[in-house]
Design a protein around this ligand. Structure first.
Ligand code: ZN
Length: 400
């Protein structure tokens, strides 16, 4: 992408962000899901699905009083230790295990439900044995492990008389895991930390960690679409300096994420990458949603109380999106207006009947600046930055 001078500016239109609405959406939805009653038969009722889809990860800690909402049952694991698992998850596990035994694969229970205190002990044990780096990669901070839910099951493998339980050894059993993973969705389980999704789930690949999600239908949908729980629930957000989307519209969320992920690549490292998304027309083409807009990304350094713009770019064009989960869209294509001499011609070709609407929003610098200010203010609030103003190079600071 071409780097443009940052004179930027904005427009108030379609995208007003409700900063209060979505900022805590994950924690809220997890909390309310926890309050639902659960039907023990794991039927497809909304309540049952909701609780089994509670998201617990590094940014979504376990809801309070969680244990009041689940039924834990006690049993022994493969090493004859006393363990607990949530009842319906355990029943589903037994059915999966039986089906796999018929295929000559023996999975056994290793680690299942863990209290927050147990996770604290575990962290210490692993830290002493393998060091801090290993812990950060494989062990959850107490309160953020989905083992707290009771729906997560780590299995080990039994081959003849031999129990395979060391992570490194288990990693080598590629063929066995293939069979296990293929059969899991049929029984309501997903692979929680799949290969290639480390950025989304925050953990390295774990073939042994399965998560019960409430029904085969949901498990199959997540698996077939190659999603994670975060993506299925629309809770996957870019990390680090990237923009944390504050609203609750899955189409907007996908558009913002795309601008941050795909349009910042050539820019200098910054403390914050904040998009301004200005849509002037929404259309459809078959299954696709088309967003006609002026997409902008600004990159800032935090300097005291000021966000100082260091680079940025503006990319008018047409974004194509496809729905790939009940609350999730993905951008499949972006057609950008050409820079330089071909600008008008390519804008006319791209926007067609909407070309005049485009010209209008593209030239309205005052409105555009206003939209940008709103978006920055939302970002600052969402990320709790100690910032009161932003400043473009050569311009006076603008109070937020
Ligand atoms: Zn696990």
């Amino acid at each position: 992408m071409k780097k443009l001078a940052v004179l930027i500016v904005a427009l108030t239109m379609v995208f007003s962000l409700a900063a209060c609405g979505g900022a805590d959406a994950g924690a809220d939805s997890a909390g309310s899901a926890g309050a639902e009653s659960t039907s023990a038969d794991g039927s497809d009722s909304a309540a049952a699905e909701d609780i089994y889809l509670t998201l617990v990860n590094k940014t979504h800690p376990l809801p309070e009083n969680w244990e009041d909402n689940i039924e834990l049952i006690e049993m022994k694991n493969a090493y004859d230790e006393d363990i607990r698992v949530e009842k319906t998850s355990y029943e589903a596990f037994l059915a999966l295990r039986d089906a796999l035994l018929k295929e000559g694969v023996d999975i056994e229970l290793d680690s299942c439900y863990r209290s927050v205190e147990r996770q604290e002990e575990l962290w210490k044990e692993f830290e002493e044995e393998y060091g801090e780096d290993y812990c950060k990669k494989y062990v959850a901070v107490p309160g953020t492990s989905e083992h707290h839910t009771g729906f997560a099951i780590d299995v080990c493998l039994k081959k003849g008389d031999k129990l395979i339980y060391e992570n490194e050894e288990m990693m080598k059993e590629v063929e066995i895991w293939e069979k296990v993973h293929e059969m899991m969705p049929e029984y309501g389980f997903i692979l929680r930390f799949p290969e290639g999704k480390e950025d989304v789930v925050g953990y390295a690949y774990e073939p042994w960690h399965m998560r019960y999600v409430g029904s085969p239908a949901v498990a199959k949908e997540i698996t077939e679409k190659g999603l994670t729980v975060e993506e299925y629930l629309g809770e996957d957000e870019p990390d680090g300096a990237a923009y944390g989307y504050a609203g609750d519209d899955p189409i907007e969320r996908a558009a913002y994420k795309y601008v941050v992920d795909e349009m910042s690549g050539n820019y200098d490292e910054a403390d914050a990458n904040i998009p301004t998304v200005n849509i002037f027309y929404t259309g459809n083409a078959g299954e696709e949603v088309l967003l006609y807009g002026d997409f902008e990304l600004d990159n800032y350094k935090i300097d005291g109380e000021t966000l100082k713009s260091v680079s940025g770019g503006r990319f008018p064009g047409v974004m194509h999106l496809k729905q790939d989960g009940p609350h999730h869209y993905a951008v499949t294509q972006f057609d950008a207006v050409e820079d330089g001499g071909g600008f008008d011609e390519s804008a006319k070709a791209l926007f067609g009947d909407q070309y005049e609407a485009f010209q209008k929003i593209y030239s309205d610098d005052e409105a555009r600046q206003e939209l940008r200010k709103t978006t920055i203010a939302d970002y600052v609030k969402l990320n709790e930055l100690p910032v009161t103003q932003f400043q473009d190079e050569g311009w006076d600071p603008v109070k937020l």
